[in-house]
Design a protein around this ligand. Structure first.
Ligand code: GLN
Length: 455
């Protein structure tokens, strides 16, 4: 009830939610009843959970921020939602996002932008700006997001929250409306590293409904966060910093906060080691070929027949006329841009030059990580180049928007886990800044240890 009250009080300004779950209190009462009946419920039982609208839910609409899915009700729950329910978390509502998770500011939502609770004139990051803003504004204690190129970590950075992109395959994508399937991962957004670990323990692990799900048994991430909180992990920890990421690409307040965090880690016994990752700088370029290629294919299913919206033009409309009128009306400009980029990159005659080259760059970035992790335990970068920018500032300049993901994209291309934790407020504009740590695949627990130590 407290969270519903908070939503009623502030969400008119923040607009983190697309839908508030009208069954939340009933679901909470059912948890109480289960507890009274002696059901063994986990530590998060009864805790309200905000859910990014890219994740399908049976009891609330799932739109992925798009008009084409307005009012769409899924016949099944995403695995992460089903597991959260089973653990007693209470779905609180669906959060706003850039349409089909394409964007870094939540301005590409078909339902209007979300505002950063720190300064309502600024963006909350994207694509999962709704989940991050809900947590930052105390509308929800914890949330689910998805991260294809940074959509959990970059919103965490600009809202002063914690966000984790797990190892690819570590958390099920079943029921996450697919954008770029080889890059998408679902993960937690929270106010503390421990909270994220608790949620990750609930949602993670093998799922037979996701063909890329890893069969591994995972350690408890909550346990890792608790161990990390002692700070012991920093002693002798080898932290890599990327030589090719020049200070000049970053807002001064972001760069200085990053340096301060490194000094703090050093003071507690960490060793800062310069590593070379010469192909990181091509990450954004490779991503914006691979991502649209996969997205154009995934979005082909919105054909006016199987899901959501159908627009029938006047007169003797053919099936093709209906499809194109529906996609014209249902998709926003960024989605159309990516479909055009993606189908072009995949077209005969250009496939090798664009998609093929991008896949080669992806391999080179993976090799950069392998070489780096032979020398260091984690790699540290600022989570994004700037603090929250003004709503409207970059909306007409796709390239500027894409460059927000400079430091987050390499982890998606390599399938390795990344965490963004708050590292304070920027000295130049007083807005939240995050620091990102990246670990080798399957070493998510290391990120919880390091994150909790620095928190
Ligand atoms: N901002 C990136 C993009 O627009 C990342 C999105 C995401 O991680 N979902 O594709």
């Amino acid at each position: 009830q407290a969270h519903l009250d908070r939503i009623a009080a502030v969400d008119g300004d923040v607009h983190a939610f697309l839908h508030v779950n009208e069954h939340a209190l009933t679901a909470a009462a059912a948890i109480d009843a289960r507890r009274a009946a002696g059901d063994s419920l986990g530590e998060l039982a009864g805790v309200p959970l905000a859910i990014k609208d890219v994740l399908v839910t049976t009891d609330q609409p799932s739109t992925s921020g798009s008009k084409i899915l307005e009012g769409y009700m899924s016949p099944f729950d995403a695995t992460v939602v089903a597991r959260s329910r089973a653990a007693g978390l209470v779905p609180l509502g669906k959060t706003n996002m850039d349409e089909f998770a394409m964007g870094s500011s939540t301005e590409h939502s078909a339902y209007g932008p979300t505002h950063n609770p720190w300064d309502l004139d600024r963006i909350p990051g994207g694509s999962g700006g709704g989940s991050a803003a809900a947590v930052a504004a105390f509308e929800a204690p914890i949330a689910l997001g998805s991260d294809t190129g940074g959509s959990i970590r970059q919103p965490a950075h600009v809202t002063g929250t914690v966000g984790i992109k797990p190892t690819y395959g570590g958390v099920s994508r079943y029921g996450a409306i697919a954008m770029a399937s080889s890059l998408d991962q679902v993960g937690p957004v929270s106010r503390t590293v421990l909270d994220a670990g608790l949620l990750h323990d609930v949602i993670g692990g093998y799922d037979r409904n996701d063909s890329t799900s890893l069969p591994d048994t995972w350690p408890s991430f909550a346990q890792a966060a608790r161990e990390g909180a002692t700070g012991q992990v920093l002693k002798g920890l080898k932290v890599g910093i990327v030589r090719e990421l020049p200070d000049s690409g970053f807002q001064p307040g972001v760069a200085s906060s990053f340096r301060e965090s490194l000094e703090l880690m050093q003071a507690h016994g960490a060793e800062i080691i310069e590593i070379s990752a010469p192909h990181f700088e091509y990450g954004v370029a490779a991503y914006y070929l691979i991502h649209p290629a996969e997205a154009s294919s995934n979005l082909a299913k919105f054909d006016s027949v199987r899901f959501g919206l159908r627009v029938t033009p006047e007169g003797n409309a053919t099936v093709e006329d209906v499809m194109s009128a529906t996609r014209e009306a249902g998709f926003g400009p960024e989605v159309k841009r990516r479909i055009i980029l993606g189908t072009y990159a995949l077209s005969a005659g250009y496939y090798d030059a664009y998609y093929g080259s991008a896949q080669k760059v992806r391999t080179l970035i993976q090799q950069d990580f392998d070489a780096a992790f032979a020398k260091v335990d984690v790699i540290a970068t600022p989570s994004a180049p700037t603090t929250a920018f003004k709503i409207g500032e970059k909306i007409d300049d796709p390239l500027q928007m894409y460059l927000n993901d400079l430091t987050t994209i390499p982890a998606n291309l390599a399938g390795v886990p990344g965490i963004s934790i708050p590292s304070g407020l920027a000295a130049d504009d007083g807005l939240p800044v995050g620091i990102q740590f990246v670990a080798p695949a399957r070493e998510d627990a290391r990120l919880y240890r390091v994150g909790a130590a620095l928190e």
